[in-house]
Design a protein around this ligand. Structure first.
Ligand code: IPE
Ligand code: IPE
Ligand code: MG
Length: 226
């Protein structure tokens, strides 16, 4: 079965570059090629939602120059990818604590989101300045303000309306969730690969999907009930 929603923690750009004796930022640039390849593959494979963890709330603590490069790269990628979104019928979303992003970047994001809002193919979600705990906290505040219990708690999460991920992939050999979709990953299947993100392309993505297809999801029931 093809997962409806795949989430990816795109990790290992810095190490990929360092192994080649280059600056970490070089890995981030190369990583954008993997983003392109993986979104193309998601369209081909019929995945409906692709969530990409691009920058965490904790990543703000990195050296200023690296943060600036990452933000610059983000703006550049959004601009470059807009024709591809149009061509491939991709709906583009950004989720995260956007109050920490620059005005210019927020404007670029809004434009790309508005332009693609009516697209009906793949929903590509970039998580920027996101953390799972931030999401749960902001949802709790709004839930309480709305006079709970009104609606479901998950309706207040930043991912409201988006189904929970079926498969979470993390590259670079680390086996942790690093504050990504904490609430949403309650029953998600995890796939860890040693490949660094710049080396994760269509072949590696296909392998992850094959692995996912071999699993039995039980959601608390017994194997016989499935
Ligand atoms: C992932 O690669 C990109 C971001 C977290 C922004 P890293 O920059 O974390 O690369 P490593 O893990 O240090 O190799
Ligand atoms: C997770 O990678 C965040 C993103 C990929 C955006 P990190 O490199 O920040 O995670 P840790 O620090 O190794 O847990
Ligand atoms: Mg990392």
């Amino acid at each position: 079965m093809i997962p409806k929603h795949v989430a990816i923690i795109m990790d290992g750009n810095g190490r990929w570059a360092r192994m080649r004796g280059k600056e970490r930022v070089y890995g981030h640039y190369e990583g954008t090629e993997s983003v392109r390849a993986c979104s193309e593959f998601a369209v081909e494979a019929g995945i409906q939602y692709l969530s990409l963890f691009a920058f965490s709330e904790e990543n703000w603590a990195r050296p200023e120059a690296e943060v600036a490069e990452l933000m610059h790269l983000m703006a550049k990628s959004i601009l470059n990818e807009r024709p591809t979104f149009r061509k491939n019928n991709i709906r583009f979303l950004v989720i995260g604590n956007r109050s920490r992003l620059s005005e210019a970047l927020n404007r670029d994001i809004d434009e790309a989101m508005e332009e693609t809002a009516g697209n009906t193919g793949l929903t590509l979600i970039v998580f920027l300045s996101y953390s799972g705990r931030w999401d749960i906290e902001q949802a709790a505040e709004r839930f309480a303000a709305a006079g709970a219990p009104q609606g479901r708690f998950s309706d207040f999460l930043a991912t409201s309306g988006i189904p929970d991920p079926d498969l979470l992939i993390r590259t670079s050999g680390e086996k942790r969730i690093s504050n990504f979709l904490l609430w949403q990953c309650a029953y998600t299947e995890f796939y860890f690969t040693p490949a660094f993100w710049p080396d994760f392309r269509k072949t590696e993505f296909r392998q992850a999907l094959d692995d996912f297809a071999s699993r039995q999801r039980r959601f608390g029931k017994t194997g016989e009930q499935i």
